[in-house]
Ligand binder design. Structure first.
Ligand SMILES: [Zn+2]
Length: 106
């Protein structure tokens, strides 16, 4: 009988072994660690703010992602060749280069 088998499986459960949905506790824990790491990275590069009253300082800046070549702010991108955080910085950098070239070559 399958009822007897499932009952004996249930009786081997210990606190912390709960399965929520289709995920095991270990998998949920792993997903949570990944989520926390991503949120900390977002806080470190200024894309997110820690919750008010969190009482914990954000971790030391370990951001290794892209930094805007014009304004120096970190930004998120999926492209590895993007060097400006925005179109505005791209245009400003272009104008700066253009004006610098005009001074040297009137
Ligand atoms: Zn910028």
């Amino acid at each position: 009988m399958s009822d007897v088998t499932s009952h004996s499986e249930v009786s081997t459960y210990k606190p912390g072994d709960e399965v929520a949905g289709g995920w095991t506790f270990e998998h949920l824990h792993l997903m949570n660690e990944r989520f926390v790491a991503r949120v900390r990275q977002a806080i470190a590069c200024g894309l997110e703010a820690p919750p008010p009253g969190a009482g914990c300082a954000p971790p030391a800046r370990t951001y290794t992602g892209p930094i805007c070549a014009h304004c120096g702010k970190p930004f998120a991108t999926t492209r590895s060749d993007k060097i400006y955080c925005s179109q505005w910085c791209c245009q400003a950098a272009y104008r700066k280069r253009r004006d610098a070239a005009a001074i040297h070559d009137p």
